[in-house]
Design a binder for this molecule. Structure first.
Ligand code: ATP
Length: 882
């Protein structure tokens, strides 16, 4: 017998579970041990050894090691061992960096891993889907990715899309009834839901039948796609640039070697010096450091409640020029409270805040009107056509489910109507709410076996479907719908979200398409509910505006409601336009593009409109960030430059399509992520500037010396030491630098700008040349003072090069002047510089190391010369913006 052939009770029995209570935690744990985690076995992880060995696979490093080996064989043990140790330590550092980046990306994967809503010990909870076991009772809702194979035991219009499994992209309507036919293929087992498929509509419950590799998906091994790591645009650009830089560095190195040999330097010495120089000067590690910087930035973003799903988003964030944000839940709190009612042609106010169950119904003169005709019926129908539940946790009332539905339940409780009254009505059929229909309907059977269709939804959608109204004297013709229209506008302009409710008696057996049934309805009344803006949103919108980023509200809500809230939070400037879904329908994409720069609010739109909006903004050259939560938002999220989904209310489909997930659903988090994104990019520019200027300096000092027929100012170990110490720690510390005060005061970055734009190329070359020159000057002066002691002049040159770089690192922190920022602000950098100076002192003053690093003790006079020369590049250029 297959699962689909069994009745619900048989499934329950066979899997030893209870659909009312779910599994006990202990039992779930036992089954977890037996069946293993609910995951498809993926690729094996790369071994640590391989990652370590990878650090030495670079061509020049191999040449260096070979050259060192030869020098060892020729008897230069000290140099050979020193070089080996340095190369080894360098590899070790690379290994740890890669591990760290890898770990933070792993953590990210865990955070973004799918969850399932399961019934355990009688309570619904969200657990990581890898912990699901056979026998678990699971809730399915529209937009969920199904994470195991399951037998459906309850459905409310549940439809799934199974193309991942069957290739068929049309949704399949699911049922909860047993199918007796033998030998059905997966696509015909309509009472089963399969791992990897999607819920596109409706909701339901199911019992997990198999997990992990036992699922149908697990058996089709070929369908398992292993995610490949793709390079971000910046990593790609750097890899491309790296090739050019390698060619330039190699060319210059060869020039140094050839010229050196021509001038009579021993071939072997020149070769080793050349290879060391090439290893030091070739920025082969740049893309790796960028990955480290990006992944460290990603960790900082997690702390700010933004989960980056695609590393490239970190870069694109800094270019965002428009944020299209949903209203409900992102700009507002999604904490709905019914504040007003419109009933019997009159307006009532409702007292009591939030989830407080106490409240009164008052008329305009403050009189209690709780016993008004039709009030009870309206509130009762509102709690029947409803999917939320009121729960009590630690003595406090909470709403589980849609907050709009929750608000209706609370309003009903204020009139003493609780779930018992609603339970007298048996639901025969539900037509779920979605943002396209903007309404929800149920067909119920009342205590007297009467059938009623209850419809609630956006008033302007519902009103045209009403022919009657419920007045004080009972059902009558709806003669003046414009009076209701006025009430809607009045409520909406007070920033209230409006909802209408209507009913229709149905003859028994009349079921069918929702839109066929939802006409000739009897209008009962309107709810006006408040959803306060999030506190921090107004500030965030303002900051975005200062950063050259436009915030646009996109909402399914009424135009006037949207406008009122947009004004409250400062999205809509005077003269800014509000465009409705209806107007959007009448515009072509081109027409929309001509006006879109003046539009700040799109109201009463459906998810399909979002795609049109994204395209229009992109047509105008904008980089668009777009938020979304429902299934139908996924295409627009995918099409936008930065797709943003909601961590709490978002569906799996939108999360999978997005590149950024907001753990708190909050608009202000988008602003923080953009801030961080801009900062990361600037930090990457900072260390590229530092590293390349240092490399230019190192090559040039050698080249200049040879051109002037001087001895080599630096020996191979010294060059490698500089590469390890001076170019290592401070560069990483720059990657952790704080943002320069004005990152959110600048315009968004042009995504097409090159790495060396905004003067970076000039800064690198000018500082690099100067670092080379001052090092050479220090070398020449000391050499002329003491021509017999080459070690003395080399020690001075070595110290000057190191100090010049360590002073220059502070200049790299600012686009303005070196004094624009407090040098002590970045403690990592201060620590990195102090450690580098200390290590320099060790190799100069600690006698056992002197023969290894070809150094000797220096006095105060030399230090004055070193520091004077080293400060020059920064002193000359540090004050300028250039
Ligand atoms: P956004 O999240 O994009 O800002 P929204 O959540 O306000 O938009 P929708 O959820 O599409 O927009 O709601 C649009 C309208 O549908 C609401 O103004 C309301 O009138 C109606 N509506 C909302 N929720 C429900 C519901 N659960 N049942 C019936 N009607 C609803």
């Amino acid at each position: 017998m297959n699962w689909y052939q069994l009745g619900k009770a048989e499934v329950e029995k066979k899997l030893a579970c209870d659909v009312q209570k779910g599994l006990a935690d202990k039992e779930a744990e036992k089954r977890g041990m037996k069946f293993g985690p609910n995951v498809l076995s993926s690729e094996k992880q790369t071994s640590r050894w391989l990652i370590f060995l990878k650090q030495f696979q670079d061509f020049m490093v191999i040449v260096l090691l070979a050259a060192t080996l030869i020098s060892g064989l020729l008897g230069e043990y000290v140099d050979a061992i020193a070089i080996m140790v340095i190369v080894f330590v360098n590899g070790l550092i690379g290994y740890f960096q890669e591990q760290k980046a890898e770990k933070s990306l792993e953590k990210l994967k865990e955070l973004a891993a799918p969850v399932a809503t399961v019934l355990r010990e009688g309570a619904w909870e969200q657990i990581p889907s890898k912990n699901l076991v056979p026998g678990d009772v699971v809730k399915l809702s529209s937009g969920d990715r199904i994470v195991a194979d399951m037998r459906i035991i309850e459905t409310k219009g549940l439809e799934t899309e199974e193309s991942a499994l069957t290739g068929e992209s049309l949704p399949v309507l699911k049922s909860d009834q047993a199918i007796r036919t033998v030998g059905l293929e997966a696509q015909d087992q309509t009472n089963m839901a399969f791992m990897g498929t999607l819920v596109t509509k409706g909701s339901g419950k199911a019992i997990v039948t198999s997990t992990g590799m036992d699922t149908v998906m697990g058996q089709i091994a070929t369908l398992m796609s292993t995610a490949k790591k793709t390079a971000t645009p910046l990593e790609y650009k750097l890899a491309e640039l790296g090739k050019i830089l390698i060619a330039v560095a190699l060319g210059l190195t060869v020039l140094v070697v050839v010229l050196g040999i021509v001038q009579g330097h021993p071939v072997y010495n020149m070769f080793l010096a050349g290879v060391s120089l090439a290893v030091a000067a070739i920025p082969e590690g740049l893309p790796a450091i960028v990955t480290v910087a990006l992944s460290l930035g990603v960790q900082r973003m997690i702390r700010k409640k933004a989960i980056v799903r695609k590393l490239s988003a970190v870069e694109t964030l800094g270019c965002a020029s428009v944020i299209c944000s949903d209203k409900t839940g992102t700009l507002t709190e999604n904490r709905m409270t019914v504040k007003e009612l419109y009933l019997n042609d009159r307006q009532f106010s409702v007292t009591g805040d939030g989830y407080d169950l106490a409240g009164k119904f008052l008329d305009s003169s403050g009189r209690d009107v709780s016993s008004s005709p039709n009030l009870e019926a309206m509130l009762l129908y509102g709690s029947i056509c409803n999917n939320a539940e009121l729960q009590v946790k630690k003595g406090k009332h909470l709403v589980s489910g849609d907050p709009t539905d929750g608000a209706l339940l609370i309003a009903a409780r204020k009139a003493g109507i609780d779930y018992k009254a609603a339970e007298m009505y048996k639901t025969i059929r539900e037509y779920p709410f979605d943002s396209d229909r903007k309404r929800m309907s149920v067909i119920v059977e009342g205590p007297e076996k009467e059938r009623i269709l209850i419809v609630k939804g956006a008033p302007d959608v519902l009103l045209p479907r009403c022919s009657f109204q419920l007045g004080e004297r009972g059902k009558e013709l709806l003669k003046e719908p414009q009076r209701v229209g006025q009430a809607i506008d009045q409520m909406a302009s007070r920033a209230l979200r409006t909802l209408a409710i209507a009913v229709k008696p149905l003859p028994e057996g009349q079921l069918g398409e929702a839109s066929m049934l939802e006409k000739d309805l009897t209008f009962i009344g309107l709810y006006g509910m408040i959803d306060p803006p999030r506190k921090e949103v107004a500030g965030a919108v303002k900051e975005c505006r200062e950063a050259g980023i436009k915030t646009v509200m996109i909402t399914g809500d009424h135009e006037l409601t949207a406008k009122a809230i947009a004004e409250q939070i400062g999205i809509l400037p005077s003269g800014g336009k509000v465009v409705s879904g209806k107007e959007l329908n009448e515009m072509t994409e081109k027409q929309l593009a001509t006006v879109i720069d003046d539009v700040y609010v799109f109201a009463r739109v459906t998810p399909a409109h979002k795609l049109k909006i994204v395209n229009a903004f992109q047509d105008k050259g904008h980089i668009v960030a777009m938020t979304g939560d429902g299934v139908n938002d996924a295409p627009a999220i995918k099409a936008s430059d930065i797709g943003i989904s909601m961590g709490i209310t978002g569906t799996d489909v939108t999360k999978e399509a997005s590149s950024l997930v907001l753990m708190d659903d909050n608009f202000a988090t988008i602003k923080s992520a953009i801030h961080e994104g801009r900062n990361i990019y600037e930090n990457i520019r900072k260390f590229i500037r530092y590293l390349l200027a240092s490399n230019v300096g190192e090559i040039l000092v050698m080249l200049f010396a040879i051109l002037l027929s001087m001895p080599l100012p630096l020996v191979p170990v010294q060059i490698l030491w500089v590469n390890l110490v001076t170019d290592g720690l401070p560069a990483i510390a720059l990657g952790l630098d704080q943002p320069e005060g004005d990152v959110m005061k600048k315009k968004p970055r042009n995504p097409r700008e090159g790495i060396f734009s905004r003067g970076l190329g000039f800064k690198i070359i000018s500082r690099g040349i100067l670092i080379g020159i001052v090092t050479l000057i220090a070398f020449i002066i000391s050499y002329q003072n003491n021509p017999d002691q080459l070690t003395y002049a080399r020690t001075v040159a070595f110290a000057t090069l190191v100090m010049a770089q360590l002073i220059h690192v502070f200049d790299c922190r600012s686009d303005h002047s070196v004094f624009a920022r407090n040098p002590l602000q970045n403690v990592y950098l201060v620590f990195a510089v102090i450690s580098s100076v200390a290590l320099l002192a060790v190799v100069i003053y600690w006698q056992p190391l002197q023969p290894i690093f070809h150094t000797m003790e220096l006095g105060l006079r030399e230090w004055l010369l070193i520091l004077g020369c080293a400060a020059l590049p920064t002193a000359l250029f540090g004050f300028t913006k250039k």
